[in-house]
Ligand binder design. Sequence first.
Ligand code: GCU
Ligand code: CA
Length: 137
Amino acid sequence: ATVRYEAETSPAVCAGAIESNWAGYSGSGFCNGDNGTGGYAQFTVTASAAGTATLKVRFANGTTSARAANIVVNGTTAGTASFEGTGAWSTWATKTLTVPLRSGSNTVRLAPTTSGGLPNIDYADVETSGSDPQPTG
Ligand code: GCU
Ligand code: CA
């Protein structure tokens, strides 16, 4: 199943400010992370079984420089991502990432690795590979 996790909705954490001044976001806003390596966005993602999940991260980067991040799953770096310029802060794009999840609750942090910080982050759509619980009886 695919579940949408909004960056502005707890238990997601935005190390920066939740803002809504650029159009086109989903939900009530987006995470504008602080412009530095401390400006992360973190999602809490639930999986019904351990396995590989696909994260589709919606973002906007109104600069002409890509912004790089580590993908940190449950405290361990599991990969990297580069969020290229989208042409405008109000133009949103989707970056597809693959992450290993354990059964139950997981934290997935987009942790920027350069002084520019993250792009603005709208949400993550998470597709888990485990099947949904089936009715019994
Ligand atoms: C601008 C823009 C912000 C963005 C920031 C950045 O200030 O309005 O939404 O987060 O640039 O460079 O990260
Ligand atoms: Ca920012």
